[in-house]
Ligand binder design. Structure first.
Ligand SMILES: Cc1cc2nc3c(=O)[nH]c(=O)nc-3n(C[C@H](O)[C@H](O)[C@H](O)COP(=O)(O)OP(=O)(O)OC[C@H]3O[C@@H](n4cnc5c(N)ncnc54)[C@H](O)[C@@H]3O)c2cc1C
Length: 320
């Protein structure tokens, strides 16, 4: 790391995706000293463009974050590559240790480390992820409209996912795989013209770097140009263990999250969480908005602390 770090900051932000950078932008514009430490692997990195993002529709993910880093730096915020390895409480704040051993102090901590998508164990799925193996109709649906779409059923969300992609194409096949539909769901899928194919999916058929089919355990290949898959979300939050802050199971069944209130405040005083680490369903716009909200709340919290101290000092002076 070549960047010169200070010993202490008002706020350290762990993670420099949409959430972390938006939080940092708000804080830097409020003249807070802020350090963003970013490991550089945003969740949407495999995708060609960010979609459903007003005024930046289709921008490459790396370009969006490059612009964001420049904006934060433009107000005096520091953004450095690296990884937060551990956080422990200290008097008046936290000691934040980065991988490699460098430690800085922070009065407040914003956790914006995003999420990791765990994919079903089907060979080839990971390599196609974010390209023609997709999960989100709002992120990639338009791009695969009218194509031959498959849905790999792995859990309770898969039928809903099939219905969402049916909105985008009349040719949707539901691969029962490990989560066959109930009787009621079978009727719903049939009513919407979604064909159900039973049996385990064992491989993807690829030709000229494109998905062309889905292979079943009996050797049948069903021609498909795109495959929708629901991932299981895990969060990168091991570094919070020293604060007693641990991931919980998200009520939606999507996977893990760090519970936080609507402003991003976690159960640990002084620690906020924003973006996918706190809400797995948040898209880029929602993650950025959560970061902005958390940044503003942290600033307000710091102002409250500074006002308490100022009043105490003021009273001492007045008391002579
Ligand atoms: C394939 C795919 C395509 C998508 N397409 C779209 C789309 O078109 N439109 C849309 O709105 N949404 C899309 N999304 C969702 C989008 O990725 C998320 O909404 C967004 O990334 C959430 O932002 P975030 O800041 O919470 O997390 P991220 O963007 O994941 O950023 C978190 C950052 O924290 C870093 N980090 C992790 N651990 C640490 C640590 N210990 N210390 C320091 N840094 C750390 C990571 O390396 C990463 O850079 C897509 C998701 C996927 C999987």
């Amino acid at each position: 790391m070549t960047d010169l770090l200070r010993d202490g900051y008002d706020v350290v932000v762990a993670g420099g995706g949409a959430a972390g950078l938006s939080g940092a932008l708000t804080l830097a514009r409020s003249r807070r000293s802020v350090l963003v430490v970013d490991a550089g692997s945003p969740r949407n990195a495999p995708a060609a463009g960010v979609h459903a993002l007003l005024a930046r529709e289709g921008i490459p993910p790396a370009e969006l974050l490059e612009r964001g880093r420049a904006e934060v730096r433009g107000y005096g915020g520091q953004v450095v590559p690296g990884e937060v390895d551990a956080v422990v409480r200290e008097e008046d704040g936290f000691a934040v240790t980065l991988t490699g051993g460098r430690a800085v102090r922070a009065r407040r901590l914003l956790v914006a480390t995003g999420a990791v998508d765990e994919l079903p164990d089907v060979p080839g799925l990971r390599e196609r992820w974010g390209r023609d193996v997709v999960h989100c109709p709002y992120c990639h649906g338009w791009e695969v409209r009218d194509q031959a779409i498959g849905v790999l059923a792995t859990g309770p969300f898969s039928v809903h996912q099939a219905q969402l992609f049916r909105q985008l194409s009349a040719d949707v096949v539901f691969f029962s795989h490990t989560a066959p539909p109930s009787e009621e769901q079978t009727e719903e899928l049939a009513a919407r013209g979604v064909r159900i194919v039973d049996g385990k999916v064992t491989a993807l058929e690829i030709a000229q770097d494109r998905l062309v089919g889905v292979r079943l355990s009996d050797g049948t290949v069903v021609g498909r140009a795109a495959l929708a898959v629901a991932s299981r979300i895990t969060v990168r939050a091991g570094f919070l263990a020293g604060l007693g802050l641990r991931p919980a199971d998200h009520p939606s069944g999507m996977g893990q999250y760090i519970p936080a209130d609507a402003t991003g405040r976690t159960e640990v005083p002084g620690v906020w969480a924003a973006g996918n680490v706190a809400e797995p369903a948040a898209q880029v716009g929602a993650a950025a908005a959560a970061g902005t909200m958390a940044g503003a709340q942290i600033n307000a919290d710091l102002i409250a602390e500074e006002t308490r101290r100022a009043v105490a000092a003021y009273r001492r002076v007045r008391a002579g």
